[in-house]
Design a protein around this ligand. Sequence first.
Ligand code: HEC
Length: 204
Amino acid sequence: MTISLWCNGRRKLTVVMLLTVCAYSTITSADSDTVSVEAPDIAEVKASAKHYVGSLKALLQKKMSADGPIGALDVCGVEGARIGGEITRNTGWSVRRITNRARNPLAMPDEYESKMLDQFNAKIAEQPDTTSLVKYEVVEENGATYARFMKGIRVEPVCLTCHGDKATMGEVGDKIDSLYPHDKARDYKIGDLRGALSIKIKLE
Ligand code: HEC
């Protein structure tokens, strides 16, 4: 507003030049009034998800061969939180693993995540060898806008040591019982949906 007043009454050439500046100022100030951050490119989000899932699995396998399953019991939780925390520090995104059959109650899904887990399960039922359990979209939640990314996590043979049938888990099963009395993350079969990596990015 002050700028357009200041523009009045100048000589023609100056006015033309200043109008250009004024027009530019108007655009930039309008932009800064409605600060909006664009959703990051899906390739960037997918790369972080791949890093999380890939490095956690590698650490798990390494610790299991070095110290056995009991020695590796804290990898899923502690290292998962550490890798997620690292991504959050670098990007500001919220990163967590969620499931509808939780061992750690903090891994319970919110409404959106729960809906996506149902969709992923339906997709697996229809097409058991699907590899595309990924969703990325912009959603409105309680008046705010978020980009939400979900990548399904399926059960592989190595997971059954701690998420399989209790009868076959031996000592590890007893240890898990004592640490997680309300554990629901067992009796899985290879290929089941164990949960998902969930990334939530606030946009405005
Ligand atoms: C050595 C035992 C062990 C193995 C092997 C293991 N997990 Fe876990 N997992 C755990 C424990 C213990 C927790 C709970 C961690 C916590 O307290 O946050 C857990 C938690 C999780 C969670 C978070 C949700 C929840 O229920 O708390 C996911 C997802 C998960 N595991 C997936 C996997 C997958 C996929 C594999 C195979 C690639 C796997 N785990 C292998 C022990 C294991």
